[in-house]
Design a protein around this ligand. Structure first.
Ligand code: T3D
Length: 263
């Protein structure tokens, strides 16, 4: 992929990095960007060396959501936004939630509309202290999509979710971290090293267990404690059969660092 493409991709040492690359539009999402993003995800998923993915934005923004230049409202012709959500956003969200490895949203600047919803889908969200999350759909007469009405209340509770989404007020990254909406807001000059360190840690982690943790936590709300205990038992049975578990215990006993292979 070249500098002109709407998405840049690099893969190194088990870390795949996707950069949304329309900086002059704050990486707003066009049909072309959707296609390039799916192509990049296809590429990454076909590469067995990948253990973690980073999604970030070029320039001063993370992503400003749907590119509104693609929405013609100057005449009375009806628009079927449901078609667009069904055809583009929902498949992307389902894809991002079904990745076989963990992913990090590295929120380098403002995340708005679907850009904010997509960031909140990540397993780990790290933002610059100067970033903000604008679930501001209501400012243009829409509701949060791309999972926003699901992730937001799960992360911050109903009261804050209602305030944020009904008023459309931006949430500064520092508040987002204090509310538990994201993992961390870090000083801008420490952002890249924090993202790199987190990605390196996840790339060296026992991937099967990491993903089982993610799924167990994601699904916990839909189960009773009793059901969750059964789920933990079943998953622990699976984890106990992994090579990474054996390596973890071997390394502990030998007082050395484990060499997990994600197996
Ligand atoms: O339609 C469907 O398919 C349904 C699904 C919808 C999903 C959605 O995402 S709907 C929500 C769409 N996004 C928005 O409503 C956000 C619109 N943008 C903003 O509110 C602001 O730009 C920001 C809060 C994100 C950033 O503000 P600021 O002051 O830092 O930057 P700016 O000056 O507003 O933006 C910089 C440029 O990017 C500017 O262009 P210019 O004036 O320099 O030529 C601006 O027009 C452009 N830009 C920003 N966001 C978008 C955009 N251009 C097209 N679409 C955008 N979403």
């Amino acid at each position: 992929m070249t500098e002109e493409t709407p998405v840049l991709l690099s893969i190194e040492s088990g870390i795949a990095k996707i950069t949304l690359n329309r900086p002059d539009r704050l990486n707003a999402i066009t049909v072309d960007l959707h296609a390039a993003l799916i192509e990049a995800i296809d590429h990454i998923e076909a590469d067995d060396s990948v253990r973690v993915m980073i999604l970030t934005g070029a320039g001063r923004g993370f992503c400003a959501g749907q590119d509104l230049a693609e929405r013609k409202v100057e005449d009375d012709a009806p628009l079927d936004l449901g078609y667009n959500v069904h055809t583009y956003y929902n498949p992307l969200v389902r894809r991002l939630k079904a990745l076989r490895f963990p992913w990090i949203a590295a929120v380098n600047g403002v995340a708005a509309g679907a850009g904010a919803s997509i960031a909140l889908l990540a397993d780990i969200v790290i933002a610059t202290e100067s970033a903000r999350f604008n679930l501001s759909f209501v400012k243009i007469g829409l509701i949060p999509d791309s999972g926003g009405t699901w992730t937001l209340p799960h992360l911050v509770g109903q009261a804050r979710a209602r305030g944020v989404a009904m008023l459309g007020q931006p949430v500064p990254a520092v508040d987002a971290a204090a509310w538990g909406m994201i993992w961390k807001a870090v000083p801008d000059d420490e952002f890249l090293s924090e993202v790199a360190a987190t990605a390196t840690a996840l790339a060296a982690a026992p991937t099967t267990a990491v993903m089982a943790v993610r799924d167990a936590i994601d699904d916990a709300w839909a189960r009773s404690l009793d059901e969750q205990l059964d789920h933990e038992r079943d998953q622990q049975r699976k984890m106990g059969l992994t090579e990474d578990y054996r390596e973890g215990v071997r390394a502990f006993k030998a007082k050395r660092a484990p060499q997990f292979r994600g197996l």
